[in-house]
Design a protein around this ligand. Structure first.
Ligand SMILES: [Zn+2]
Length: 451
């Protein structure tokens, strides 16, 4: 394709040579995009001209203070007349968030008409009560504080750790062959003195039959509670009477503050934004897991800018949530958020791209202990999930029905969930599952239930 120029360029070019495709590209660039005005106005007719309002016909009279809701037909009329004075909320919702408030969600076809907008709280409450719905969001039952229990809580990581170590000293001098270790955790933000502390008391009676592992602070901010339970356990259960009697064939391994940085900073995740209860695996294939639902919910649960409550999109946040629940179902969304994801390092419930350093160091340390016992029970202490103010156990159902019976007997009177129920979800890379991988020496992939 050869194009002859009307006037030659300064450098003497008289012709342009193009392939047919290049020529079409240049032609296509000249085509205006859809719905672009093809007529340009100048002078008094220009869009911002001061006198424009005096020379062009005006739209319909603006209504005074219009009601919150306008029906579809009003809008159509506005469109025919020209630029609408305002667009109804229903139409805005449809346009911006694709929430259709004008058609019946049940039959699809019927057009909905807004009869009234009810804004007064007492009236709303009356209607909801009449329909048998709760007029207010449910509130947690108040829990009276228990002073004796509260005495065990230490919010401050360094103080909690010091108390754990002090109690460890006492146990180490009271019992035989006690092993202790401290895995240092480095921090970029200058927080020092961070350690995952271990205390292992081997079965004192000679025969190693059972092992109890109790871990705390896998989610850092949940550490104060886990640490309190561990220290209470050290005082109440790890006595000479117990360890020489009922626990004579039982070893005890305590892991204190598995995420010490999060404990110190009151954060769930590690400094690398990794959720250790999604990160723990002996199989690197975990970090290639694709959570197909996560990209859908990420923009909603993890906005890339600070939330501005005056911004339009945030004023509609609850509507967007409701619309998503309606589209995908609560269960699918909960699963997408909570199972863990390995795609978005700045997202929530990020499981990392490799084993976090403290777990990589902890593994070899505890493998010999885990493997010295034929039977083990691992309790990982959390506060982020389950019934409030009480012990709530979440177990993966053991394959052996007798093991299940045993757990039910051991924790009789306590609330136990066996990976069932409506609000249950599965997760990958959980800490207790990793302990069982280390114990069996397999890297079998598993999914589990839990916090
Ligand atoms: Zn947790």
């Amino acid at each position: 394709m050869e194009l002859k120029l009307k006037t030659p360029w300064r450098d003497g070019t008289t012709h342009l040579v193009m392939s047919p495709l290049e020529f079409m590209q240049r032609l296509a660039a000249l085509v205006p995009r859809p719905r672009l005005h093809l007529i340009r106005f100048h002078g008094v007719l220009a869009p911002n001209a001061k006198l424009r309002a005096l020379v062009v016909p005006q739209g319909p009279e603006q209504p005074g203070r219009s009601t919150e809701v306008a029906t579809g037909t009003e809008c159509e009329a506005e469109h025919i007349q020209g630029r609408p004075g305002r667009i109804s909320w229903a139409r805005l919702l449809k346009r911006v968030f694709d929430i259709d408030m004008q058609h019946c969600p049940n039959c699809g076809g019927g057009e909905l008409k807004i009869i009234a907008a009810i804004l007064e709280r007492p009236v709303i409450e009356k209607i909801l009560e009449h329909l048998g719905l709760q007029p207010r969001a449910p509130q947690d039952a108040p829990m009276p504080p228990d002073a004796a229990a509260q005495a065990w809580f230490i919010d401050d990581y360094a103080t909690a750790r010091a108390d754990f170590l002090k109690r460890g000293d006492v146990l180490a001098s009271a019992f035989a062959r006690v092993e202790r270790f401290a895995i240092p955790v480095s921090s970029r933000d200058g927080t020092s003195g961070l350690f995952v502390d271990g205390l292992y008391i081997p079965a004192q009676g000679g025969q190693k039959r059972r092992l109890i592992v109790v871990s705390s602070g896998v989610h850092g901010v949940e550490g104060p509670t886990g640490s309190a339970v561990q220290r209470l356990f050290m005082q109440e259960a790890l006595t000479a009477q117990q360890l020489a009697g009922p626990l004579a064939d039982t070893g005890v391994l305590l892991l204190h503050a598995v995420n010490p940085w999060g404990f110190a900073q009151y954060r769930r995740f590690t400094e690398n934004n990794v959720d250790l209860n999604r990160n723990a695996s002996a199989d690197a294939a975990l970090y290639r897991t694709v959570n197909a639902g996560y990209p859908l919910v990420d923009p909603l649960v993890n906005p890339d800018q600070p939330a501005d409550v005056s911004a339009v999109e945030h004023r509609f946040f609850h509507l967007r949530v409701v619309s998503m629940i309606a589209q995908h179902g609560m269960r699918a969304l909960r699963q997408a958020v909570l199972q863990g994801q390995y795609q978005v390092p700045k997202g929530i419930y990020f499981g990392g791209q490799a084993l976090e350093p403290q777990l990589a160091a902890l593994g070899p340390q505890i493998v010999p202990i885990l493997n010295a016992y034929p039977l083990s029970l691992s309790l990982d202490l959390h506060t982020g999930y389950g019934a409030r103010g009480t012990l709530h156990l979440f177990f993966d159902p053991p394959k052996n029905p007798r093991a299940r019976q045993g757990l039910e007997m051991a924790f009789a009177g306590q609330r136990i969930d066996w990976a069932s129920g409506d609000d249950f979800y599965t997760l990958t890379g959980d800490f207790v599952g990793w302990l069982s991988q280390l114990r069996s020496g397999t890297s079998r992939r598993r999914s589990s239930t839990g916090p």
